[in-house]
Design a protein around this ligand. Structure first.
Ligand code: SF4
Length: 83
């Protein structure tokens, strides 16, 4: 049973393809592990929600929504330019 101090996952997190995966895979500097994470993301039904979460919360590290850090920075630059 979860402690009351542990927040419940949001609805999209419950459907994440990575929910049973090793979180280290998504924060590894190793290219082959990053590819493994990106492949999971490619088949994930909540990829868009995950990416928006990462952008809104300024997640600087790791793979979120099928993107690496650099790609998220680029998306944010494009959004600022378009605003
Ligand atoms: S898009 Fe990737 S990081 Fe995000 S929930 Fe899905 S598998 Fe996990």
């Amino acid at each position: 049973m979860l402690s009351a101090a542990v927040p419940e996952p949001t609805s999209w997190q419950a459907d994440a393809a990575c929910r049973d995966a090793d979180a280290e895979t998504f924060f590894s500097l190793d290219e082959s592990r990053q590819q493994e994470a990106l492949e999971l993301c490619a088949a994930c039904p909540v990829r868009r929600e995950c990416l928006e979460h990462a952008l809104i919360h300024g997640e600087q590290y790791g793979i979120w929504g099928g993107t690496r850090e650099g790609e998220r920075r680029r998306i944010m630059r494009e959004r600022r330019r378009a605003a």
